[in-house]
Each structure stands twice: as C-alpha cells, then as structure tokens.
Ligand binder design. Sequence first.
Ligand code: MG
Length: 392
Amino acid sequence: MRIASIETFLLEAPIQTGFGWSQGWADKRHVGLVKLVTEDGTVGWGEGLYGPSARIVHEEFAPLLLGADPMQRNALWQKMFHLFYNGNVAGGIGGSAISAVDTALWDIAGKASGLPVWALLGGKVRDRIAVYATGLYYTEENLASDGRVIPQRLLDEARMYVELGFTGMKTKVGGLPLAQDVRRVAALRDAIGPDIFLMADANQAYNATTAIRIGRELADLDIYWFEEPVNAKDIEGYLQVKAALPMAIAGGEGLRTRYEFKDYVGRRAVDIIQPDVVNVGGITEMHRVAAMANAFGILCNPHVWGSPIMIAASLHVAAAVPECPPARTPRPYQQEPVMEFDRTPSPIREGIAEPFDQAGGFLEVPNGPGLGVEMDETAVRKLSVDTQKTGK
Ligand code: MG
C-alpha cells in the first residue's frame, strides 16, 4: 500500500452568536483537515492545520509521503519531525502539520486492517470516556459591562448542561476585573449546585501572583481544576501557582511533542496534562505523552476543540490509556480521564460528519475501522475556503 495523494482543506464557518475568552473573541469557527488517499483508494482523514501548516504539508512533507507505506507511522512521524531539524522549529504550525498527517495515517492503518484505532493502540481499557461541557464563555453583555452584568443566558446554559446529564463543566476567567470574574464563577456555582464539577480556564491571562490571588477565591467555590493560570511556557510560574493553591492545576493544550511536555511532567508543574491531538503531534505523540504522564501519576485529560475527526482521535487515545493511578473502581476526575466536549456553536463540528453526542456525561468510543468517522466530503468541500492537492 502506497500513499497516492494528499489534499488539505481549510474550513471556515461564521456563527450567529459570538463568544469570548481572555485572549480573543470568536465569530467564526475554523478547522484544518488533511485527506490522504492510497493507490488502492483507502482514505485517511486527519485534523490539525492552521493556514500556513497546509503549505508545510504540500511543500515539505509531500515528497516523503507520496509513494510511502502508510503503515510505517513511527518512521514517517520521525521523518516529518526531523525535517524541522529534530523538532527545533517543530513547535506551533509545524507540530500541527505533523498532527494532521499522523492522524490520517492511523485512520488508513485502521481501515486497511479492518480495526478501530484503539485496537491498533493495544486495545481499550474502557468503552466510554467521561466528558465535561466546555462553554460558559463571556458574552457581549458580560464584557461590555466589565462584568457587572451576569447574563441570565449564561446561568441558563449552565443549568442546561446539568439537565443534559453532564457531571462537569468549564468556564472562563481572566477577561474581567478579578472581583467580577469571581462573582461570575460564584453565580455559576450557585446555579448548578455543589455536586457538579466546575473548572475555570484563564487561557494564560495571569502572572503567578495574580493567578494565586484569584485562585484562592476560586478554591472557595470548589473549582476542581484551574487551567492555564499563567503563560503556557512559564514553567516556574506553574510551579509557584501549584505550590500555593489547593486545587488541581491543568495545562498543556498548546505544547507540541513529548520534548515540550517532559519538563511539565517530570517537574510536576501540572496535576493534569491536556495534550491536544491536533497540536501535540497526532495520535502517535499523544499516546506517548499520555504514557509518560501516567507513570508520574499525572492525569491526561485531552483538550478538544475541533471536528469529529479530532473528537474521535482523542477518544481512541483516551480509551487506550490505563487509569492513573490504578484502582479497583477507577472514577472520572480521580483516576479516569475526562475529555473536553466543546458545546459552543460550530457548524463545522455539527456538519461534516454525524456529530458525537454524550449520554449521562460519557461519549462512546467509536468501534468502526480507523477513526470510525464517516465523513461527508461534500460538506467538507462546501465549508472549505482553501483546498490544495498534491499527487495523483
Ligand atoms: Mg483551555
């Protein structure tokens, strides 16, 4: 089996109601996809491209991928990585380009062998993965009033997640004055009651001192984990925050490769790592990072913000990683992984394949060959604002 063609799609879709976080505002959604086709017509899909990374796929990776055996995932991963001089420039868009291609190779390997990706990873240790709802972003009213207005629809959204069966959800901090952010989280805690896991994500908005200051107040609201309290590369800041606060500290969604993760794990700068399969280096590298963290007693809760391809890829890895640490009755949040389930508006997530749906706070792990996702290619092409192809 040989790779015959590589196609990339940059998808874009406007959304009706925008939403904000500490670093930005979304009124459109974007997803980058790669489609690899073999000479015998086997198709693999992967996700992980930003604008310039599609160029990397066609200009840098295509010469080594076209004509190569897609079953040789480890060797192809290493060759892509080595193209960036052993990863010294593989951060950012380079890591995402590797991620997209790697995930597509796993999809092909599964389809060619008639097995789901989890089986190729050594089998699954759970059939379903606990998920938490990601939503509860800043709204226009919220930001325009500098936090003085807590919109009713924010509280309604939180109650809706409880009604849908979620046992956990995540909101944002870092975009308002500290006191207003605390008041907003307190209103959410009031709305959902004491029995639901509530997490707060600052998206790197604070330095260590400020993160500790707000973190103490968030701890009083029983925030289960505090995500990206400081700049993603400020490992000393993470250590300072972790030493000062009682709740779990989480991070790592933007890190690429096991080399970027190793110090966060080895120095115990986080309690929970959140590798993102479209950044870290695809299924191959996410599995390695998860195994490394597992040995250190650090939970691996995948960061997920994309299409059904990304959701499926994350589910397969999460299914294959043992509980952390082992326990007779492993539980989500304690020993079992808890995956992010983005509930913000996304015509791409809902429109290019059968959308994933949770039941009772869990997603079933796909059992079809490869990623187990049936793509609607017409929808992909319709949403794509930039399509490029190399090969036959
Ligand atoms: Mg985050």
